[in-house]
Structures are given as structure tokens and as C-alpha cells.
Design a protein around this ligand. Structure first.
Ligand code: CP
Length: 311
């Protein structure tokens, strides 16, 4: 692996999942692999899980970690040829090359604007780091994708499934704020690589990018979609077609114990209780959200390990 910016950077997914599960059993097996190597983590946006699990993963491999909240540094310019006489103080060309001298790999979290679809879809922040940095780049959630989360989700389903081909339902949930499509996109992409029977359910108008959902079954009737589900992954996202808009606050889409049936409940967290999902689900044995969050460490660790092996 040379970079981990999309799921397409994975060459052998089943091996990666197996290795992630093995690392979970023996997290310090490769504790010398990352000695004298430094991971720089850049956050354009908030994080709890990604920040701590990736740092833990790097430390399990013996790496040093430096973290920069980008809001604390100079405003970065990403456009080529700009006359920088306004709010931006440093160009990505210099910044990425400078950070590359301090780092053996760079991890970036940069959410979408949810206003400028073309710009978001160009992944201008992540791809400019990829263009100008001289070390591997890791996506810690970009405008359109969250591949570390999706790998942790795949590990979780692999650990828990009792069926060869489980039924997995991705269900939209209500939320007061407009959220990115990144988690949903990467979850769908990941499920398409696995042996699962995937259904997506959401209110009309919330269709994800059809280049990602391809020919996945989309059912606008949530109750119908949830029938016989083994795993239910609930996530809010804002409209893709009416880009960034909230089209519905319909609380009927909240996940309840009754709707969940016998399925396992999944969510990437953070989650708004009694808005996205009711307490009785999150507080039940059917919720695997804490296991998912734990698996973020081993997903990150297996990615860092492969990147270190290719330095
Ligand atoms: N799931 C996830 O990425 O969590 P954070 O936003 O807290 O990192």
C-alpha cells in the first residue's frame, strides 16, 4: 500500500481484515516496525475516535505522532496561481513539502463544504496533499469518503456475522444538521466488496451518488427494507442531489427497538440519542457501536503497518 485515501488503495481486502483481527489479538507484535518513524495528523475538523484510535494504532507500532489542528496554523491556499493578498497565508505547495520533511506519513481529516459539490468531489484538500507531499497520505475522513471507518466496519461485521451472506441495511436517520455523505459512501463501497446482501433505505431525495450505489437495492420504505436484517447501519447524510440540503426532519426514521428486530445495530459515532436512534437500542446488547469504535484502532493499525512496510 502506497497511500490510503480511498478503498481502492486496498489490494487484498480479506487479508487486510484478517490481519486487522490478528492485530487486535496481539497489538504489540510489530511494536518495532515504526521505530523512528513519525505520523503527522492534520485536523481541519473535529474528531474523537479517529484522532485517538489512529494515534493509538501508530503508537502500537512504535511510531511517533505529531498532531496539528489546522485551525491553529496559517490559513492554507489551495488554488494554483492565486494572488494571495486576502485571507490565506501559506500555499499547500510549501506546506505539504515542509510537513513531509517532518513526517514519514501524513494523515488528513478535511470535511466537505457541502456548498460546492464539484469542489468537494475533487477532494481538493486531500488531493493537494497527495500531489505536493512526498510521503504517503492517509484519509481520516475527507469530503466524500471515510475509508478507515469503513475498514473498521468491515472488521466488525466479519467478527460478528453468523451467516456467509448476511443481510446488511444502511438506513438514513434524521439529524438537525446537514452532514456529509462520506461515511455512507464508504460503507456502501466497502459492502460491495464483501459477501453481503445490501439494501439502502432513505426518504425520497436522499439518494447517494449513483456512481457509488451502482445497482444496490434502494427501498424508500424503511420497515420493508429492515425485514430479516442481520446488521442495520444507521447514518444521517444530507441530500446529494440537492447538494447539502436537509430535506426531511421526519422523526419516524429514527431507529427503534421494534424496527431493529433481531439485527445488530451499527453506527460510526458520534450519535444523537433519541434523534437518530432511541436509547433502548444503544443501551441494548444488539448495539455494537463500542466494538466498532474499538476496531477503529486495528483498522488504522493494519493500514499503518502496510504503509510502513512499503516505505
Ligand atoms: N466515527 C468517527 O470518525 O468519529 P470521529 O469523528 O470522532 O473521529
Amino acid at each position: 500500500m502506497k497511500n490510503y485515501t480511498t478503498l481502492r488503495d486496498i489490494s487484498n481486502l480479506s487479508e487486510l481484515i484478517k490481519e486487522g483481527i490478528l492485530l487486535k489479538m496481539n497489538p504489540f507484535e510489530y511494536s518495532k516496525l515504526g521505530q523512528h518513524k513519525t505520523l503527522v495528523m492534520l485536523f481541519f475538523n473535529s474528531s474523537l475516535r479517529t484522532r485517538l484510535s489512529t494515534e493509538k494504532a501508530a503508537k502500537n507500532l512504535g511510531m511517533d505522532v505529531m498532531i496539528l489542528n489546522v485551525n491553529d496554523t496559517w490559513n492554507l491556499e489551495f488554488e494554483d496561481g492565486t494572488i494571495m493578498n486576502a485571507n490565506t497565508s501559506e500555499h499547500i505547495k510549501e506546506a505539504a513539502q515542509v510537513i513531509s520533511q517532518y513526517a514519514d506519513m501524513i494523515a488528513v481529516r478535511a470535511f466537505p463544504t457541502l456548498k460546492h459539490k464539484t469542489k468537494d468531489e475533487s477532494e481538493f484538500i486531500l488531493n493537494n496533499f497527495k500531489k505536493y507531499a512526498t510521503v504517503p497520505i492517509i484519509n481520516m475522513e475527507s469530503a466524500t469518503a471515510h475509508p478507515l471507518q469503513a475498514l473498521a466496519d468491515a472488521i466488525t461485521i466479519s467478527e460478528l456475522t453468523e451467516k456467509k451472506t448476511p443481510k446488511v441495511v444502511l438506513s438514513w436517520g434524521p439529524h438537525p444538521k446537514a452532514l456529509p455523505q462520506a461515511v455512507a459512501n464508504s460503507f456502501v463501497e466497502m459492502m460491495l466488496y464483501l459477501d453481503v446482501d445490501l439494501t439502502i433505505t432513505h426518504p425520497k431525495g436522499y439518494d447517494l451518488n449513483p456512481e457509488i450505489t451502482k445497482n444496490v437495492t434502494i427501498n424508500y420504505n424503511q420497515e420493508d427494507a429492515l425485514k430479516d436484517a442481520d446488521f442495520v447501519y444507521v447514518k444521517n447524510w444530507s441530500s446529494y442531489n440537492n447538494y447539502g440540503d436537509i430535506l426531511s426532519h421526519d422523526s419516524n426514521w429514527m431507529m427503534t427497538k421494534t424496527k431493529l428486530g433481531a439485527a445488530k445495530f451499527m453506527h460510526c459515532l458520534p450519535v444523537r440519542r433519541n434523534v437518530v436512534v432511541e436509547d433502548t437500542v444503544l443501551d441494548s446488547d444488539q448495539s455494537v457501536v463500542i466494538q466498532q469504535a474499538n476496531n477503529r484502532t486495528y483498522a488504522a493499525q493494519v493500514v499503518l503497518k502496510q504503509l510502513l512496510e512499503n516505505l
